[in-house]
Design a protein around this ligand. Structure first.
Ligand code: SAH
Length: 408
């Protein structure tokens, strides 16, 4: 195996379980015999050792300022049952925090660094795991991961790989970036019309083939449950509804009416399927395919108001240099929503832009309230749920933030 030796005194952070080796910390590299070029190849498993030759760990080599992402600390090779052991451990965490139940078979199993598997995301929907690789190293390991998933997790029968949007786009990539792993006939011929995944007793059709991300936003589960608590007898607007997660919880919570809005007609079709499945007799739900700004402007002109509005837009800032525009976008959409809330109403507002921190987001929302002359108070500060754990050395893993405001 190729060995990466760190410079003197650069081993401290790795000894404290920080998962990354930066290129500047590397002293020299001893390539193994299979190399023709004079650098490790992207995704290669390398051993990391201190200048004094102590074993520090094994990880995936990467081109860029983060040179190695450590998978296992303090060893000089990956243990034989590494993938099984790591996946079993992640599953045990979900079990011990009460997420695996007859009425809940939808959860994130692996949240990258937060589950000590940098570069890997695994979401579980009933009998199917959807795997996303964010690094070439994980891409190269996809079949080991798939096998460990079906061996270790009783509910998983199929593994779908969906990494076309997440792998580094400059890298040369061998093999398919999407498709069923383990190549079994049953998975390939499965019928989406008959597929349901259960979250807190509500059933969702999840289309990972054509849907966004892995097909569903598991990260809003606990926040959706909070909407259920506040929905009774309220007129609710679920803006940026996607598959209608918040709408279903609001309906179960006894909302008077629920309007679901998303710019994507495909999303609206899914919302209607999900509402019909869970509330076949509901007459108080409406789903509209429309742009958020246009919808809110038109409803305002028609003097429409709501008791509870949910705003869960896509990431407005995908990169650091887009922050200013994104904050302006958050302020604009929040102002439009706050204007339409009846006195004594509630706003659930979110940002999933990792580049925008909690303080900046708050300021944008408060500025929006000030702009439209409404007094607001914070009832809850929300974040990502317990199956999206944050590695203490990787604060970037914390991305979802939300505010629940009481609007006078
Ligand atoms: N709240 C959802 C997730 C929202 S994801 C849930 O709980 O599952 C963001 C959604 O915003 C996507 O479905 C996307 O289609 C929609 N969207 C993006 N731009 C939009 C716009 N300008 N107007 C309305 N919806 C938009």
């Amino acid at each position: 195996m190729t060995t990466v030796y760190l410079k003197q005194k650069k081993e401290e952070s790795i000894k404290r379980f920080h998962p990354w080796v930066f290129s500047g910390a590397i002293g020299r590299i001893l390539l193994d015999a299979k190399h023709k070029e004079n650098a490790p190849f992207e995704g290669e498993l390398v051993a990391v050792r201190s200048a004094e030759d102590e074993p520090l760990g094994v990880g995936h080599w990467q081109v860029g300022s983060i040179a190695v992402r450590i998978l296992a600390f303090g060893v000089n090779k990956l243990p034989d049952d590494f993938w099984n052991e790591r996946i079993r451990a992640a599953y045990q965490v979900r079990q011990s925090i009460g997420l695996i139940r007859p009425d809940n078979n939808t959860f994130r199993l692996i949240h990258g660094e937060g589950d000590f598997l940098p570069g890997l995301i695994v979401d579980v929907y009933a009998d199917t795991a959807v795997v996303q690789a964010h690094s070439i190293g994980m891409h190269l390991c996809r079949n080991y991961i798939a096998r460990a998933l079906v061996t270790e997790i009783p509910q998983i029968q199929n593994v779908y790989y969906k990494s076309d949007d997440t792998l580094p786009f400059k890298a040369q990539i061998e093999g398919e970036k999407t498709g069923w792993l383990l190549d079994d006939e049953a998975s390939r011929s499965r019928d989406f019309e008959e597929f349901w995944s259960t979250e807190n007793g509500l059933q969702f059709r999840i289309d990972w083939l054509r849907g966004q991300k892995t097909g569903f936003f598991i990260d809003q589960r606990e926040n959706r449950a909070l909407v259920e608590r506040y929905a009774k007898n309220k007129d609710v607007l679920n803006m940026f509804c996607y598959t209608g997660g918040f709408s279903l919880y609001a309906l179960r919570g006894g909302a008077k009416t629920v309007d679901s809005v998303d710019v994507s007609q495909k999303a609206i079709d899914l919302v209607n399927v999900n509402v019909a499945r869970n509330f076949p007799r509901a007459k108080n739900h409406t789903a509209v395919a429309a742009d958020a700004f246009e919808y809110l402007t038109a409803q305002k002109a028609a003097n429409r108001t709501y008791d509870l509005i949910i705003l869960d837009p896509p990431a407005f800032a995908k990169h650091r240099d887009a922050i200013r525009n994104a904050l302006r976008g958050y302020q604009r959409i929040n102002a439009k929503a706050i204007e339409m809330i009846r006195p004594g109403g509630i706003l659930f507002t979110f940002s999933c832009s990792q580049a925008i921190d909690k303080e900046a987001f708050r300021l944008a929302v408060f500025s929006a309230a000030a702009q439209v002359g409404r007094k607001v108070r914070i009832l809850h500060q929300l974040h990502q749920p317990q199956d999206h754990p944050i590695n203490i050395y990787h604060p970037e893993g914390e991305y979802l933030k939300g505010l629940v405001l009481y609007v006078e």
